[in-house]
Design a binder for this molecule. Sequence first.
Ligand SMILES: [Zn+2]
Length: 103
Amino acid sequence: MFCKNCGKEIDDKAEICPNCGVRVKGSSGAGDAPSAGFGVLGFFFPLIGLILYLVWKSDFPLKARSCGKGALIGVIVYVAFVILYVVAIFGIAGCIVASGGGY
Ligand SMILES: [Zn+2]
């Protein structure tokens, strides 16, 4: 059979690909495929995406990667929004102090 991760031909009885180290349980992909749905889920719920990533990492590496990627993007976007929010708040506060400071 062929490794579903790197495509290299490996022993049918091998549980882990000797080339890339990914688990290749069974000859079928066992329902493992990159999933945009789980990516979106990970994006909106990074914590769930992270948990799914850790749970599926060994058995469903492609699905896990979708979750992980979505969660990572979600976290980056979230952090970016928080930074923008803080900058905006401080910017507005700074303007109020600057304009109404001297009676
Ligand atoms: Zn491999």
